[in-house]
Design a protein around this ligand. Structure first.
Ligand SMILES: [Zn+2]
Length: 323
């Protein structure tokens, strides 16, 4: 479903989120037992510790995929086989219910139960690389929903008001505190990302610690009490010391690390020199469309275009397409 003029990866989720199913716990449970119900399995990310054992990394996870990198949907009977942490309702595919479950453990603990050739736990970036094409792959939207929802439950088990352990309600779209009765909702954190123009040039920056020669659009978290346009102007001022004169919304993108909404914009700035905020950026440069085209052909010293699943890619392509 193409609602935006510029389509981004992780948007275009084809599921009907079926709000009416969420409000009835009996329907949530009954749908889970149906023959046509399917579940996508997620499990914690891990890394090797100094002593050689693997330890779970909080705040990230992997997703069970097939050999093409698409979601490896399972019958819900599989949930009896594994220890599970949380199961949420994603929506309906036609009339068939779709769920997402976070397994209780790291992906390495469960990989052995699957034929690695056919089913593999992959991280979100690996999947996005495999499924990137001309148009956003619809499964990326489902993965964004599943990943953000389940990681939210993992990091919000306790009531922010009184500290008591809260319980999941509304099929995963809310947590309720049994002690003080506060309601908590899955969060989405807005980030502005913008391509800055002056004349026929655009400005790109290299973030702290990025690989040498890699550049992208400037970005930063929105702050409370700010419009999107004000956040864009503030970030440009803070990062490169230039005054914005005009800001336009271009497109947006769910970015499930863990639950960001990237708001893509284009901005125009006054004359003046770049004053680099060195705590955030290692470099910022003005580039031409010819630089971008040369970089895409591998004929430029810098990588000026991020991968196709990043909204900065869409912003740069949107600029290139303008006359
Ligand atoms: Zn409470």
């Amino acid at each position: 479903m193409a609602l935006a003029a510029v389509q981004t990866a992780f948007s275009g989720n084809p599921l009907d989120r079926a709000e009416h199913v969420r409000t009835d716990p009996e329907v949530f449970g009954a749908f889970l037992q149906r023959d046509d119900a399917r579940v996508v399995l997620l499990a914690g990310e891990s890394r090797e510790a100094d002593d050689g054992t693997r330890i779970k990394i909080p705040g990230d996870c992997r997703i069970l995929t097939d050999d093409t990198g698409d979601i490896a949907w399972q019958g819900t009977g599989i949930l009896k086989t594994f220890p599970t942490a949380t199961t949420v309702f994603l929506g309906l595919e036609g009339t068939a219910p779709r769920y997402a479950t976070m397994l209780d453990g790291s992906a390495d603990d469960f990989q052995g139960h699957f034929d690695t050739e056919a089913c593999k736990f992959r991280d979100g970036r690996g999947i996005a690389f495999k499924l990137s094409g001309e148009q956003p792959h619809p499964s990326l939207g489902i993965i964004a929903q599943a990943k953000s929802m389940l990681l939210w439950h993992e990091s919000h088990r306790f009531c922010a008001k009184c500290g008591a352990e809260s319980v999941m309600v509304k099929a995963g779209y809310e947590r309720e505190c049994p002690s003080c009765h506060a309601h908590h909702f899955p969060r989405t954190d807005p980030v502005v990302i913008m391509l800055v123009y002056r004349g026929d040039k655009a400005l790109v920056g290299r973030g702290k610690g990025w690989p040498e020669g890699h550049y992208s659009a400037l970005a930063g978290f929105m702050e409370p009490g700010e419009s999107m346009e004000e956040a864009v102007a503030r970030e440009i001022w803070e990062e490169v010391g230039l005054k914005a004169t005009k800001v336009h919304y271009v497109t947006s993108q769910p970015w499930p690390w863990p639950s960001t909404l990237m708001i893509g914009a284009e901005a125009w700035v006054e004359e003046g020199d770049i004053t680099l905020q060195e705590a955030e950026l290692d470099d910022a440069i003005w580039i031409t469309k010819e630089d971008v085209l040369a970089s895409m052909k591998g004929d430029h010293p810098f990588r000026l275009v991020p991968p196709p699943f990043a909204v900065a890619h869409n912003l740069i392509m949107n600029w290139i397409a303008q006359k």
